[in-house]
Design a binder for this molecule. Structure first.
Ligand SMILES: [Zn+2]
Length: 520
């Protein structure tokens, strides 16, 4: 589970567990017996055996880019070799290389109309860029909203764009965007920078020069903190992306660049002179997803992806190992056991109709990078043919809020894109497991925003129906105390079997999961 940076607290959580269900049809009991036979191969003992190795100190907290992560991927690969389940890419290598960049703040200078500024004082930059720019477009507030745009009739393609903080006001003192006395997100410091940067990128701009004197000190302390600290921040290396640059200016620098921006006489074209000479010591880290699959018998070119993340957060500054038994050792060993169950069934002649993909992703804790790489850069199997993603992230513990009422599991996202998937999931549970499926965190207003915080999100944003299986957080979350002795193996077994049954149904039923809603 990925840590949320800005956490809103204090909002109460609404419960929407009153989902409509469809009556069950009678099903051939022999088919049910088959599923039960192979679900029975998923046992608490085997889950425990795997997890005591996978979440042991020997794996050093499995932080992406470290030796511990290498041990993790080697362990997972060995299991698939032993199970005789082939690699997704068809060769002997189960690894999908996911190159990541260490994010180091650039240093150097920006020269504005002949005056040089070292980064950190009056100007800040977050990307290493070199170059000379003499054609800069001024786009006012840089706002692109439903009823207001600063980009109408403005060609910013391939140009640097100068914008300023704030938003336009009507003669009566109300704000143009809201039509009321309330400011919009364009004046909120948490959104103001990112939203403008995104708008400029969408209009084809080369970079943003952002004048914000009011909040400049906040950007400055962020820049300094990242620059000094070994922040461990990584980003996904997208090889062909042109670097979009973001530069923040205070009043002094903005005045040198273009005095008109201060007194309101700015027009749209600025002939000015800007030299950027910024360098960064960022380096590439090798990292890998591990991907295996069982080919479908009758619909081999339709895919069900089951995923969990193989990485965790490594070793603390004090040298304590974060074992990540629940996060996401539990999902990892569950996935291995599900793979084994499908394999045993296939060997006995009950192979899945659709192909089943076992996707262990890297870099989740750093920003969902392994799954993003899979969906956005190199989907081994076409996303258009991917019928669903079941993502498992933390299913071995009990939320303190559910203590004493332990036979539950939080499901998130099951109805977001597909009513069909939600109904299937409910039916399968009633038929085989009778776990209480708790939809507390499925509420779109839930302040934890769990829907956006694990790997399924990268599938959902591509309109692929997903279910995220999750036990909730607890006191040991992202702490060295998340150890294998605290896992409830009986619950882990039940939950893993539920996911197996659900995957089985998706892979084997006649019609594929239908999508009736749009990704938001
Ligand atoms: Zn986590």
């Amino acid at each position: 589970m990925n840590k949320l940076v800005l956490i809103a607290v204090g909002l109460s959580m609404a419960c929407n567990s009153s989902q409509k269900t469809v009556p069950e049809k009678k099903e051939d009991t022999t088919t049910q017996t088959v599923q039960k036979t192979y679900a029975a191969s998923i046992t608490a003992d085997e889950l425990k055996e795997h997890l005591y190795v996978y979440a042991s100190d020997d794996f050093e907290g499995r932080e992406t880019g470290t030796n511990g992560a290498k041990k993790a991927v080697a362990y997972i690969k060995d299991q698939y070799v032993t199970l005789d389940i082939p690699a997704a890419q068809g060769n002997s290598d189960y690894f999908q290389k996911v190159p990541l960049l260490t994010n180091e703040m650039p240093s150097g200078a920006i020269e504005i109309n002949g005056i040089s500024h070292e980064l950190g004082e009056d100007v800040l930059a977050f990307d290493a860029v070199k170059g000379h720019f003499d054609s800069i477009v001024y786009a006012g507030y840089g706002i692109e909203d439903e009823n207001y745009s600063d980009f109408t009739d403005l060609d910013i393609k391939g140009k640097l764009v100068l914008v300023k903080f704030g938003e336009p006001v009507n003669a009566d003192g109300t704000y143009k965007i809201s039509g009321t006395r309330n400011k919009s997100k364009w004046s909120k410091v948490s959104d103001a920078y990112g939203e403008r940067s995104r708008a400029i990128q969408e209009h084809g701009g080369l970079g943003m020069l952002y004048y914000d004197d009011e909040n400049f000190s906040r950007y400055q302390s962020y820049y300094k903190r990242i620059k000094q600290g070994s922040s461990g921040k990584l980003s996904l290396k997208k090889s062909n992306d042109p670097i979009f640059m973001n530069v923040v200016l205070n009043k002094k620098a903005a005045a040198e660049l273009y005095p008109g921006i201060l007194n309101g006489t700015a027009t749209e074209f600025l002939g000015t002179d800007l030299n950027l000479n910024l360098t960064s010591n960022g380096s590439v880290i090798e990292s890998e997803n591990v991907v295996a699959y069982i080919k479908g018998s009758t619909k081999p070119d339709e895919y069900v992806v089951i995923s969990s993340h193989l990485d965790h957060i490594g070793i603390t500054d004090k040298g304590e190992i974060n074992n990540g038994a629940d996060d996401d050792g539990s999902g990892t060993v569950a996935l291995l056991e599900i793979a084994e169950a499908f394999k045993q069934a296939a060997e006995a002649g009950y192979g899945p109709n659709r192909s089943v993909v076992f996707l262990h992703v890297t870099g989740e804790e750093k920003g969902l990078f392994g799954s993003e790489y899979y969906t956005d850069i190199d989907p081994i199997f076409p996303l258009k043919k991917t019928v669903a993603n079941l993502n498992i992230d933390m299913i071995g513990r009990i939320d303190p809020k559910r203590e004493g009422d332990r036979n539950y599991l939080y499901l998130i996202g099951s109805d977001k894109l597909s009513t069909d998937l939600h109904n299937l999931s409910e039916q399968v549970n009633r038929k085989y497991m009778n776990i209480e499926l708790d939809y507390t965190y499925n509420d779109p207003h839930d302040p934890n925003r769990f829907y956006y915080r694990s790997d399924h999100y990268n599938f959902a944003k591509n309109n692929i129906p997903i279910i995220f299986y999750f036990n909730g957080t607890h006191d040991d979350y992202h702490r060295p105390t998340d150890t294998p002795d605290k896992i409830n193996y009986d619950l882990l077994e039940n939950r893993t079997r539920l996911i197996f049954y659900t995957a089985w149904e998706i892979a084997n039923r006649n019609s594929k999961i239908s999508v009736d809603k749009v990704s938001k």
